[in-house]
Ligand binder design. Structure first.
Ligand code: DGJ
Length: 756
């Protein structure tokens, strides 16, 4: 086992752990097939590079934790110092390597191969344990635990600078993809070429942020959703972090990731340890869809999601802070009438919360608006057959709140080290610091503050039958304690979940500013973005779902004119967009007209039928050459059925749009493709549709079919609803079908069903 070879689902990892050095990464990427011990040794030997001129006098090989002591002058895997003794030049040695040790997560996932590597630098009194797991889906995870092995309690602490996972990518991975974004425009892809140097993305928001790098992907030039070979990493952490790609004259390109630590933030005392977040690393030989094809089933294997995703009505854009029982009861009735299953009372329900300037932290039901507490509303919601959910923002505090007045020392940044600040704190004042949305952060690292907020949530969950918490986080921390705060957040979420295992939690951070695999272990839904504008949503959902399966991605049907952009969209486009995720509504339904309500009810009924497919299937996206067009879908794992959406983001490049090529179907099987109209038909240019879509037409022998009952309402504005065609999966993927001439900002849905 001195040359561990881990293989799963077409990917593999080879380490050279011979000798006493830190194990070398010989290969991470495609599966290399059966390799006996002798072949593995030959591979490891043959991978040793030449000694280059003007370099160290031994071959330079990338180890699992590269440092200067190994001749690695790129970003190091570990850095730190002991006060008074200068930077630690760690020279770690391999002490032990164990395979098959119990999963470091405590959640032994069947079939996961594990490797634990123990490294030590005895003179420096530092040891590192590296946990490495390869799941059956081919998802690789790595993390390090650094221990200060000094026994003398007076020995200085080890001040950790960085402790990162660094993985090699081959020379052909020359194109980078990572993400950036803004509030309501999250997950914007950006591409670059990996030249020499470091391309580094850093988050100092105390949360990943709207501009989170999300995934760092290095691939063969021009890679797309269906094509190209690529290597990707993601840090499963909800605080500050960095992800980078580095290429240098050393002749080795790498991807790196780790928590971004502020100077002095993490001090490892003698005898203590620090464990990093996991870096999740995925290889694909089949485009970005190939990454999702590994990540989604792996996430589903440990997901906390317990049942079908209920259709939600969230009150935010319907009423904002304007709460009163009669209005909300009418909204609940309207929601129940169209088939909503969970009614979520958003911000505005607690003491004095009349706007966003006050009251955060006072988690008591406002006695003026709610003289009978929330009971009358919850009873009304239950009587209408729905579950009840509640918005909270437990990590935050308004300065204008009873809790901040009583405990100014609980406000993050309140007790600064300088004497003036101490004096202010003694006098009961909160130190001046920037507010953001008029709010500050509650210092969860303060045990009393933590206990108080946990008690507040517990009291709410005990008094009221709450099925779901929408857990918000509406500002950056802007403090040097992101690690402490994030670790405390995880403890808080874990404590709430342990005490109330039936309560679901949604992670929201002004929309999608905290979507990562650290939080995903603790929540059942994420609020993908604060925008309900379907045009923005198409892009946000498309890229967010490369990593996160669609059942997590909250997507709401908003009002005709989006509140965040002012853009007006047709109902059919809004319905087709919100369908592909954890669907809901965020619109004052009491103002919707009768036709709209019928269409929404039709949509919800169909969503309920489709959600087993949408929430367990394989997410696929075609690579149209026209950037105005997108084709995406979900294919059932057994390839018996699929649902696709052809989306026109803008006017097409050509008068006749390029064909729809349906990916992911079984090549040899026959499928019937038919349009699905959910209440309202998409608009086409001059009512033009290809022959196969026209009513009663059946080129290819599919035969005419009647629209499914209840699905034809409002149809007929150009997109035929009676046509269908039956062809093989290979033909549908390679030749494709002529697309409808969709007008800009329209989407057409297609069901695809195997016929025997
Ligand atoms: C930001 C969230 O993203 C919104 O959905 C809403 O919950 C508001 N906060 C409430 O303050």
């Amino acid at each position: 086992m001195s040359i561990p070879y881990l293989r799963a689902a077409g990917t593999s990892l080879v380490l050279d752990a011979r000798g006493t050095g830190v194990p070398v990464i010989v290969h991470w990427g495609a599966d290399l097939g059966d390799l006996s011990g002798e072949l593995l040794a030959t591979l490891a030997d043959a991978s040793v590079p030449a000694i280059s001129p003007s370099s160290i006098d031994v071959p330079l090989r990338l180890s699992l934790l590269p440092t200067l002591a190994q001749g690695w002058s790129g970003r190091p895997g570990v850095s730190g110092f002991r006060p008074g003794r200068g930077a630690a030049a760690l020279d770690l040695r391999l002490a032990e390597l164990r395979t098959g040790s119990p999963s470091a997560t405590g959640r032994a996932l069947p079939g996961t191969q594990t490797l634990t590597i123990y490294l030590t630098d005895a003179p420096a009194r530092v040891s590192v344990r590296t946990d490495l797991e390869l799941s059956v889906e081919g998802v690789l995870r790595l993390r390090h635990t650094l221990t200060n092995t000094g026994v003398d309690p007076h020995l200085a602490a080890f001040e950790l600078g960085s402790l990162d996972v660094i993985l090699p990518v081959p020379d052909r991975a020359r194109e980078l993809l990572d993400f950036t974004g803004l509030w309501t425009h999250e997950r914007r892809p950006q591409r670059s070429t990996l030249g020499q140097g470091v391309w580094s993305r850093e988050s100092r928001h105390g949360r990943p942020g709207h501009d989170d790098s999300y995934l760092m992907v290095a691939g063969t030039p021009g890679f797309g959703f269906r094509t190209g070979e690529m290597w990707a990493t993601h840090l499963a952490w909800s605080g500050d972090k960095r992800a980078w790609a580095e290429n240098s004259a050393l002749g080795c390109s790498v991807l790196g990731s780790g928590e971004l630590l502020a100077p002095g933030e993490l001090s490892v005392a003698a005898g203590a340890s620090h464990t990093t977040p996991w870096t999740v690393a995925v290889y694909s030989a089949a485009g970005l869809d190939g990454l999702s094809a590994r990540l989604h089933p792996w996430i589903r294997s440990w997901s906390t999601i317990a049942g079908p995703r209920p259709v939600v009505l969230n009150t935010w854009e319907a009423v904002y802070f304007d709460h009163d029982l009669p209005t909300l009861a009418r909204l609940a009735d309207a929601a129940a009438a169209v088939g909503v299953e969970r009614f979520v009372l958003d911000d505005g329900w607690f003491t004095g919360r009349t706007d966003d300037r006050r009251a955060l932290g006072d988690w008591f039901v406002d006695p003026v608006t709610w003289p009978g507490g929330l009971h009358p509303l919850i009873e009304h919601v239950h009587a209408a057959g729905m579950e009840f959910g509640l918005w909270v923002e437990p990590e935050m505090v308004s300065l204008d709140s009873d809790v901040a007045r009583a405990h100014p020392e609980w406000v993050l940044g309140a007790a600064d080290a300088d004497a003036d600040a101490d004096a202010d704190a003694d006098a009961g004042a909160v130190s001046p610091a920037l507010t953001w949305r008029f709010q500050r952060v509650l210092d969860l690292g303060n045990q009393e503050a933590f206990a108080w907020v946990l008690a507040s949530l517990t009291a709410l969950l005990t008094e009221y039958p709450i099925a779901y918490l929408k857990w918000d986080h509406n500002r950056d921390l802007l403090a040097g304690s992101a690690h402490r705060q994030t670790a405390a957040l995880y403890r808080l979420l874990d404590a709430v979940r342990a005490a109330h295992p039936g309560v679901e939690i949604e992670s929201c951070a002004s929309g999608g500013a905290r979507i990562d695999l650290g939080i995903l272990e603790r929540v059942d839904r994420v609020w993908t973005s604060d925008t309900n504008d379907p045009l923005e949503r198409q892009q946000i959902q498309r890229y967010t779902s490369v990593l996160v399966p669609p059942e997590y991605l909250g997507g709401h049907l908003g009002a005709g004119t989006a509140h965040t952009t002012g853009r007006t969209s047709e109902l059919s486009f809004r319905l087709a967009t919100a369908l592909f995720g954890s669907a809901g509504i965020e619109w004052n339904l009491t103002r919707a007209n009768k036709d709209e309500l019928v269409m929404i009810a039709t949509w919800i009924a169909r969503y309920k039928q489709l959600r087993p497919l949408l929430h367990s299937g394989v997410v696929v996206r075609a690579d149209p050459s026209d950037p105005a067009l997108e084709l995406h879908g979900v294919v059932a794992p057994d390839q018996n059925s699929a649902l696709f959406a052809q989306v026109a983001l803008a006017a097409p490049r050509a008068a006749v749009p390029e064909r729809m090529r349906f990916p992911g179907l079984a090549p040899e099987r026959r499928y019937r493709v038919a349009p699905l109209v959910l209440g309202a038909a998409p608009r086409t240019i001059q009512d033009a549709s290809p022959a196969w879509l026209a009513e009663q037409s059946s080129p290819g022998g599919g035969g005419a079919s009647a629209p499914a009952p209840g699905l034809g309402v409002g149809a007929g504005a150009g997109l035929g609803v009676g046509g269908s065609v039956t062809l093989t999966g290979a033909v549908l993927a390679l030749v494709g079908l002529p697309a409808p001439l969709l007008a800009p900002e329209q989407a057409a849905l297609f069901t695809v069903d195997a016929v025997e």
